[in-house]
Design a binder for this molecule. Sequence first.
Ligand code: SF4
Length: 279
Amino acid sequence: MTTQESLAQAVAEGRAGERLWLYATYHCNLACSYCLTESHPRIVDRRTLSRETMLEAVAEAKALGFTCVGITGGEVFMLADFAETLRRITEMLPTVALTNATHVTERLLRRLEPLAGLDAALQISLDSDRPERNDALRGPQNFAKVVHAIPRLLERGIQVRIATTVADQSEEELERLCELHRRLGVPDEHHVVRAVVRRGRAELDGMGVELGADDVLPELTLTADGAFMHPFAPTVRNGRTDLDLLVSRQIAPLEAPVRRFLAIAAEQPVGDDVRRSIR
Ligand code: SF4
């Protein structure tokens, strides 16, 4: 069976996803309390994927049958040329890029304008409708910057999703947050809510929910450290990347980690009734 056929079969059986994830960098301008990757402004080892590495990986992924891309970190816009990189990736496959949206200046908005009309979305973190509650988790002025950025992105035709990480928010607080994102122009189907995953720094701090073996759909995830089983795998604690869910150190050519990934995913349970608690 070819790699393309094996991937298609794994996707059809619900053992693997058809999205390729890229950890663009572990560098970030924020230092959120629950950050799974210990990202922060003064991080020494930024573990950045070059533009060429990301473009080549996505081109290969498309040829192998992956149908979409997710880009995360760290903060993707810490990379000076990320707007251009995102456009070029999106011209190959539909892409969602996760961002804290604190860099959305007029200059960046102009650089993002070519994304309008393309199948690209920015997934922006927002954890509460109350500035002080949100900023306690994510840093000073975060709420104000995000609420300022979202309508400006939407005005320019750029798709926006909101991602909420649940720590101790009440049902009422989450409902108020939904009212807020609707007012900002983001519909319910573009609001992602998930728990803090107990890995990396969150595990050291005893935060979040334990990750069971079947809780996350395997989705091949590339970092500067290697390829991993899913985007919650390459977490960091005490400055070191967790390697328990490493697929391979090799990330190029992409077919090599894909084959190893599919061999591991072959052990995943099959069927529509497999419960994946974290997305
Ligand atoms: S959670 Fe996201 S925004 Fe916060 S420090 Fe980590 S990478 Fe940066």
